[in-house]
Design a protein around this ligand. Structure first.
Ligand code: FA5
Ligand code: MG
Length: 468
């Protein structure tokens, strides 16, 4: 890894990942601090909590084929186009997505493999688990790399005489599944002409209705399995034994995904809050047509593994999944019932604030010379209203990236604490609180100050902000 790091740094004209070289261009924005974590494959490490959570979910779908080794580097076509993402979909922006170059990204979701796996057509049902990458905020529940599990089930409609026979078949399967025995809130009709349309061009209402019911029932069973395990673990820990547990509650909320319609999100009532667990829906038929399986029809879902693992094990900070500390890793055993994580002592937090004026859009901004930047991309993303080409402007995710480049996992949280527009000049000032706290040691005052000073300097160098 170190060799790759150095050679990337030396050449900068291409990035090498898994022995493959990707020529850089104006889209390249994947920084070393991300690339260095590529290939850790936490979701298949023996006794890793993410792997235990994955196996628990896989066990809810017997007979499905489980894909756990599909590569995280995918084409823009796989990640967006093949799924029907509009050309102006915000997810495509450089502020949200890590590009190796204009044609290649670090996948932002496991859905990137849907068309390929449907095309291979080797099973009716499958799951895909893997690492996904998003430029995002820094706090205890967000990390730029997380893991998803995708699941899908399709049927071959051509095997049935009519759409009645087809939907009857699914109804029978549904009866076999039975009720998940949980309190479910599902107030919306299956279809809504604007918000959640039937794909009328491709599907009979009764077919989509049956598939939607099958989807919801299957995922309710999965949620019950997961939350029963979480509940058991909680009850088994003396620490929380006295707490009164509310019974499990699930609700279905209308949603939108380019690759499903109708679509929903499943939320679970967990310890006093609705928690979004997954997105899902009836697969867009054009996607199956693109995959050369036009006569198949079915459902798909995608869920975030960290979120579930955090609640299963009571893991308080998403950075812990990346820890190599035995005090963390030593607590999990895939051959034993799930047990609550026992936090080891927390080291003290060192909060530091940084306040700065954002450069006016279009103002002359100092561009970082490639030689002083450790990042393969000279400047971060830009989404302010139509800036002149190649003028770096400021996006919050740029700050997040500077923080990660500089301080890595020693930062627990970055929050906007003040925002101010100068009444005369109209210039905007932002103040962020960066909370430094290592999971592995106490940061000295000097260490925190040094990191903070480096971050301040990088903000000026890369984005031309004026420190206050
Ligand atoms: C998607 O990624 C869709 N591809 C999901 C999907 C698949 C829909 C198949 C339909 C069919 P979304 O961006 O909402 O959707 O992410 C899906 C799940 O990943 C969320 O419900 C959440 O559990 C998890 N997730 C999303 N962002 C984060 C994050 N920053 N940190 C942790 N978990 C996240
Ligand atoms: Mg979502």
């Amino acid at each position: 890894i170190l060799r790759r790091y150095q050679s990337n740094d030396a050449r900068k004209r291409s990035l090498t990942i898994d022995g493959k070289s990707y020529p850089s261009d104006s889209w390249t924005n994947a920084p070393e601090n991300i690339l260095i974590q590529y290939g850790r494959r936490l979701h298949v490490q023996p006794n890793h909590p993410l792997s235990i959570a994955r196996q628990l979910i896989e066990s809810c779908f017997p007979g499905f084929q489980h894909h756990n080794s599909l590569p995280g580097v995918v084409t823009v076509d796989q990640n967006f186009d093949s799924l029907g993402f509009a050309s102006d979909h915000p997810g495509r922006s450089k502020t949200d997505t890590y590009y190796l170059n204009q044609d290649t990204v670090l996948r932002t979701h496991t859905s990137a493999h849907e068309v390929d796996v449907f095309r291979a057509n080797t099973s009716n049902g499958y799951t895909i688990c893997g690492d996904v990458y998003r430029r995002d905020a820094i706090d205890r529940t967000h990390y730029p790399i997380f893991h998803q599990i995708e699941g899908a089930l399709t049927w071959d409609r051509s095997a049935f005489k009519s759409s009645e026979h087809f939907s009857q078949h699914i109804q029978n399967d549904l009866a076999r599944l039975g009720s998940a025995g949980v309190d479910v809130e599902d107030p919306n009709p299956t279809f809504h002409p604007e918000r959640n349309p039937l794909q009328a061009k491709h599907h009979a209402a009764e077919e989509a209705e049956a598939i939607a019911a099958h989807l919801k029932r299957s995922l309710e069973h999965m949620a019950v399995a997961i939350f029963t395990a979480a509940d058991k673990a909680l009850k088994a820990s003396d620490h929380a034994a006295q707490e009164e547990q509310e019974p499990l509650k699930i609700r279905w909320v209308e949603a939108f995904f380019p690759h499903t319609s109708p679509s929903w999100e499943l939320e679970v009532w967990w310890r006093g809050d609705w928690l979004e667990v997954l997105g899902c829906g009836v697969i867009e038929q054009p996607l199956l047509i693109r995959a050369d399986v036009p006569s198949r029809m079915g459902w798909a879902f995608g869920l975030g593994l960290e979120r579930l693992a955090m609640l299963l094990f009571g893991i308080p900070d998403i950075r812990l999944f990346w820890s190599k500390d035995q005090r963390f890793l030593g607590q999990f055993d895939e051959n034993k019932p799930i047990k609550r994580f026992q936090p080891f002592s927390k080291y003290p937090a060192a909060p530091r604030d940084v306040a700065f004026w954002i450069p006016d859009a279009g103002a002359a901004v100092v561009e970082t010379p490639a030689t002083t930047s450790s990042s393969p991309s000279p400047a971060g993303g830009q989404i302010t209203a139509a800036p002149p080409p190649d003028t770096p402007s400021f996006h919050e995710n740029d700050l997040m990236e500077v923080v990660r480049d500089t301080a890595g996992d020693s930062v627990e949280d970055v929050s906007l604490i003040d925002k101010f527009t100068h009444p005369k000049t109209g210039r905007q000032s932002l103040c962020y609180r960066i909370t430094y706290r290592s999971l592995e040691k106490t940061l000295t005052t000097e260490e925190a100050n040094d990191l903070h000073e480096q971050i301040r300097r990088e903000l000026v160098a890369r984005f031309g902000v004026e420190l206050r």
